[in-house]
Design a protein around this ligand. Structure first.
Ligand SMILES: [Zn+2]
Length: 238
């Protein structure tokens, strides 16, 4: 079942923003009737479709709650594309900054994960095999009682997120980026352990990367023997 927030919803004031930017870009003629909604894309993407008198706009719902300057930027990007106008760079800046925020990047990565597909890869990577790793961690930290979801590697290399537990698909997906000999085993184990804690605390799981983890979760995470080393390794990454 989809959560309520997973459905498209109108962007309040969206039409006015698009009207304003339409004028600001110097588009000629009568503007279309703008219908603007947030849409649960699996990525940070936005679309505009002109049909007769109306322009149907879908903004990634990762922009929900973004300042109106960011929505104006997004409007400028879309309108400049279909009306072939150059958007002034000062109007695009807000969007660029917003996209680069660590918070936005985590959020987008989480959307990509939660709205992604069932992983097809299986637990065995080129370097690391997640199945025995899971069994070992389960024995050491969960008394061997943790349910084992499907385990796999992401098809693409995620940079903003190392792993993700998706309770709807009952799977842990690890970033392919970790499956390299230059990444130490304790760092991979730590990421898997973190996702296993999400399996243990399923209520918080779905929003990994969107909401902060609870204090209890953070304390429990520190039980991992190589916690400090692993954090240090992962935090140092560019
Ligand atoms: Zn998490």
């Amino acid at each position: 079942m989809r959560r309520a927030s997973e459905r498209p919803s109108p962007v309040s004031g969206g039409a006015a923003i698009f009207q304003r930017v339409y004028t600001r870009l110097g588009c000629r003629g009568r503007p279309p009737r703008f219908e603007v909604e947030f849409y649960p894309y699996a990525n940070l993407m936005h679309t505009i479709r002109l049909r007769e008198e109306a322009a149907h706009v879908r903004l990634s719902d990762a922009l929900r709650g973004a300042p109106s300057a960011v929505l104006e930027s997004a409007a400028a990007i879309l309108l400049s594309r279909i009306y072939r106008r150059r958007a002034p760079s000062e109007i695009l800046g807000a969007y660029r900054q917003f996209v680069l925020l660590p918070r936005t990047r985590r959020r987008v990565a989480a959307l990509r994960c939660a709205r992604g597909r069932r992983v097809q890869t299986g637990p065995r990577g080129h370097i690391y095999d997640l199945a025995p790793m899971f069994t070992g961690l389960n024995r050491r930290y969960f008394g061997g009682r943790l349910h084992r979801p499907r385990l796999g590697w992401s098809n693409r290399t995620w940079r903003a997120q190392f792993g993700c537990f998706d309770p709807a698909l009952d799977q842990i997906v690890m970033s392919r980026w970790l499956d390299r000999s230059s990444v130490p085993r304790y760092a991979v184990e730590y990421v898997l352990f973190h996702e296993m804690l999400h399996v243990k605390h399923p209520l918080r799981a779905a929003r990994c990367g969107i909401e902060a983890h609870s204090l209890r979760f953070r304390l429990e995470e520190k039980r991992y023997a190589n916690y400090d080393r692993a954090r240090k390794f992962l935090d140092r990454l560019p």
